[in-house]
Design a binder for this molecule. Structure first.
Ligand code: FE2
Ligand code: FE2
Length: 169
């Protein structure tokens, strides 16, 4: 079983993961408009990852006998200032999500729900990677932004990223 409090927190997190998916899909569309197909692809993979994060939580809540209450997803921005700005927003958003995941873990600890703690550990680890990926891209873009050719090469490189769902544990 899952406590009502944790059930509510997990439903809220499902909504935030779907919002993240939506946000990155919107960023992907913006990159497409700018003919940055590689960055668009990177954001499309992000979109798929976030949908996976949402569904992983969804399945956990169901498995633990909780109730899924899907909530309205906020409209993400659809205009962005620049490539640099997008990755600043991405990093900022991932840091926000890390805080939410930490909060979820705190609730699991308070509720002495060891299964939930074990489950949430995956998200704690995932956020380390999410922040690192966003930060690395941001730093690289800041370095090359004065050089359109290097930005073009970077865009080319990012066309190869693809989504591989993690193996079930
Ligand atoms: Fe996520
Ligand atoms: Fe994320």
């Amino acid at each position: 079983m899952i406590t009502k409090k944790l059930e509510k927190e997990m439903n809220d997190q499902i909504n935030r993961e779907f919002y993240s998916a939506y946000l990155y899909l919107s960023m992907s569309a913006w990159f497409k408009e700018q003919n940055f197909d590689g960055f668009a692809n990177w954001m499309n993979v992000q979109y798929q990852e976030e949908s996976f994060h949402a569904m992983k939580l969804f399945e956990y809540v169901v498995e633990r006998g909780g109730k899924i209450v899907l909530q309205q997803i906020d409209q993400p921005d659809n205009e962005f200032e620049s490539v640099t700005k997008i990755f600043e927003l991405t990093l900022e958003h991932e840091r926000f999500i890390t805080g939410c995941i930490n909060n979820l873990m705190n609730v699991a600890i308070e509720e002495k729900d060891h299964a939930a703690k074990s489950f949430l550990q995956w998200y704690i680890d995932e956020q380390v990677e999410e922040e690192a990926n966003a930060d690395k891209l941001l730093q690289t873009i800041k370095m090359v932004k004065a050089n359109p050719h290097t930005l073009y090469m970077m865009d080319k490189e990012l066309t190869t990223r693809s989504f591989t769902p993690p193996a079930p544990v």
